[in-house]
Design a protein. Sequence first.
Length: 435
Amino acid sequence: MNLDRIPSPGRQTLHQLILTAGLLGAGCGVIATDVKKYDRSHDGVLSNPAETANLDVNTDVSIIPMKCLQEKNDLAFANSVYQNIFSRSLKDSEIQDIHSGPLDRTSFVKTALGSPEAGNGITRFITNLLRLDNITIMDTNDQTALIEDSLLVADLKKEPAELVLRNLDKPWNYFFTTKDVFCTKETAKVYGVAEFESSAFISCQLPEDRAGFLGLASVLRANPSSMVSENNNYHRVALAVYLAVGIKLLSATNGPTGDGLGIPLPACVPATDTRVTSSGLIYGTASVPAAGSVCASCHSRYNGPLSVAFRRFKPDGSTFSIEDINQVNNAAALGTSNAQLRVLLNETESCWSFDGIAPARRFSGVPGLGELIADAGTLGTALGVQIPQMLGNVEPDPNMSSTIRKYFQDGGETLSAALEGYLLSDSFQCAIKEE
C-alpha cells in the first residue's frame, strides 16, 4: 500500500499506481476556504473551511444476498464475535451460557458492542486502520532525547483510540473534522498546547492547520513523508484515499510510462510543483503526470491533488516553520530551492473528485480535505472494506460489505453500527459458503 517515488523514464523504471478493491462514491459542489499564509513571524496557520456544500449522494442501500451451505452454530458464532470484539475466546462460564439455550444473535452482538471490553477490538481496528504500529522511536544516541521520544511514541500510539472510544456515539464523519481531541503532556508539545502536568489524556484543541484523523501527529508520523522528500507525501495520500473510499493505492515497479500526457490535473490543482531531482527522478505534484499517461492515471486523480493537503507537516507529524524550510540542505538535490519550498509551504489549496467524473471540489489543507471526506457519503462503503480487513483479517464479500453499509446508514452512521452490521452479516455467520 505504500507509495514510493516515481523514477524518470530515462532511468527505465516507473511505478505504475494500481487501484484495488472498493467502490467510489460521487460528489459535487465546492468547499470554499481561505488560507492564512505564513507571515514574517513564522506563525501562520490554516483557516477553517468557510462553507460546505451538500452532496447529492445515493442513499438507497440494499444488502446483497449470499448462499450459505452451513451456518455457524451458536457456540462458533459467539466465539467469533468475542475474538473480533474482545480480542479473546469465550471463557468456560460463557460457553455454558451459550449451551443453556438458543442464542438471540442480535441481542448478543448488541450486548458485546456495549461492553467496555469492546474497546479492545475497537482499539485494534483503529491501530490497524491508521497504521499506528509504524510509529517507531527515533534512532539517536542522545539518551535524553531517546527517553522523551519513547514517552511521546507511547502516547501517540494511543491517541486515535482515545478520541474514538470517548466519542463512540458520534457519526464516523466526525473523526475527519473535529478539532476537539485528547492530549497528554507529551503530545501537547507537538500541537503547541499550553503545558500541563497530568500524564493522562485530557481534552485539548488542535491548531488551525489540523483537523480530524488526518491532522493527528500520530497518524502523520505513522505514515511518514513530506514535501521535502522524494515521496512528496504520497504515503499520506494513500491513507487518505483508503480512509475516504476504501481503495488501496499500490505501486508496481518497472511499469511503462504510457504514451502521451493522459489524464490532466484538474485546473484547480496547483501546478507549480514540477520538481525533478538532480538524478532525474520525477516526483513533483505536476511533473509526475507529465511523465506519461500511466503516471497520470493515478497521479492526476489522487496523488497530485491530495498531496497538497499535507505540505505543512514534517515526517514526524510536527509542523514545518519557515525556519525549518530555510534550513533544508538538500534542496538542490531535490531539484528545487529553499525559495520554492517556501512557496509550496504556503500553497495548500487544491481540489479533488472522488470518482473522476463529478466536478472536483476545492479544499484547503488537512481541515478542508477532512470536510470533503466527511461530506462525500462514501464512509459507509469504505468501512464495508476496512472493518473486515482491519478487524477480522479477511477480505469482504459483497454481502458483508453491503450489510455493513446498510447498518451504518440506518444506525446513525456510527462505527458501532457498522461493526454490528459486520457481525450480523450472513457472511460472518456462515461457516461454509457456496463457491
